[in-house]
Design a binder for this molecule. Structure first.
Ligand code: ATP
Ligand code: MG
Length: 264
């Protein structure tokens, strides 16, 4: 499908096309398409941009990854479909390992996702097939199978687009969980150690950029940034921002008019 450049939702349509293509390739699960729709609705409310409180969360996330002993980026179908090369960049900058962990697990799907990551430049991908030989019992479903070199020993885990159950379980076993979730009200957003309320397509490249900048800071300073971050307060700010934005729009009633569109 050709998407006209001037289309007001061009970027969002491009992202949808990418997901559909990856769905056909067997990377994205059917439920992944639905999950994306839920996320997109919140992006509308945020104004489809990375907000100021979110930048603070991204900085805390970068600090947490850079100070962790065993940082891991947990990758699912949607993440691989949308930001594979940015995940590789982030992994290079922070030293975090990349592990595939799927709710709808099959040998074939895992291998396909591994291929996508390798084509994006990943040299090592954990959690594939027999490599996921360890178990985290607290995790439900097939997702409890983890790599002993990755998620099993991880002290900080980045989980872009996560399910609430798994976030809860990872926090329970003592890991720092960094979530990327457009919905500040989801259980994942509420339970994570650091929640980045943003679209994954903006959040991961920004996180890689900020981590690159912070990489040369001393460890004590980074530990301070991570420990001073207050997720509850930050989520409150994200919700307040949506609230303010909606209040302003409510004053106007209509914020798109045909007349102004014709003038453009
Ligand atoms: P929870 O289980 O945490 O309560 P949920 O059941 O609503 O959340 P899941 O399907 O378990 O949602 O997980 C998908 C989550 O990912 C949703 O909260 C959705 O907002 C978020 N999401 C989907 N697409 C994106 C995206 N592109 N960027 C950021 N977040 C996204
Ligand atoms: Mg859920």
């Amino acid at each position: 499908m050709k998407i006209p450049k001037e289309h007001p939702r061009a970027e969002s349509l491009r992202v949808r096309e990418k997901l559909l293509k990856n769905y056909k390739m067997g990377v994205v699960a059917h439920a992944g398409l639905i999950a994306h729709g839920r996320g997109e609705a919140f992006d509308y409310l945020l104004g489809e941009e990375t907000t100021k409180p979110t930048l603070e969360a991204i900085e805390a996330a970068a600090a947490a990854l850079l100070t962790a002993k065993h940082p891991v980026i947990s990758v699912n179908g949607n993440a691989a479909a949308l930001v594979a090369s940015d995940i590789v960049k982030l992994s290079e900058v922070t030293g975090a390992r990349i592990e595939v962990n799927l709710f709808y697990r099959s040998a074939k799907r895992e291998k396909t996702i591994e291929r996508v990551l390798r084509e994006a430049g990943a040299t090592k991908v954990l959690g594939i097939g027999e490599d996921a030989s360890a178990r985290i019992q607290e995790l439900g479903s097939e997702r409890r199978r983890v790599d002993p070199k990755g998620l099993l020993i991880a002290d900080a885990v980045l989980v872009p687009l996560e399910d609430g159950d798994r976030t809860e379980a990872l926090v329970r076993v003592g890991k720092k969980v960094i979530a990327i979730d457009l919905n500040p009200l989801s259980r994942t957003a509420q339970l994570a150690t650091v929640t980045i309320v943003d679209n994954i397509v903006r959040a991961i490249p920004t996180l890689a950029k900020i981590a690159k900048r912070l990489r040369t800071e001393d460890q004590e300073k980074l530990k301070e940034i991570a420990s001073e971050f207050d997720n509850k307060r930050n989520l409150g700010e994200a919700i307040a921002l949506i609230n303010r934005r909606l209040s302003e729009l409510a004053e106007k009633g209509t914020y798109i008019s045909l007349l102004e569109m014709t003038k453009k």
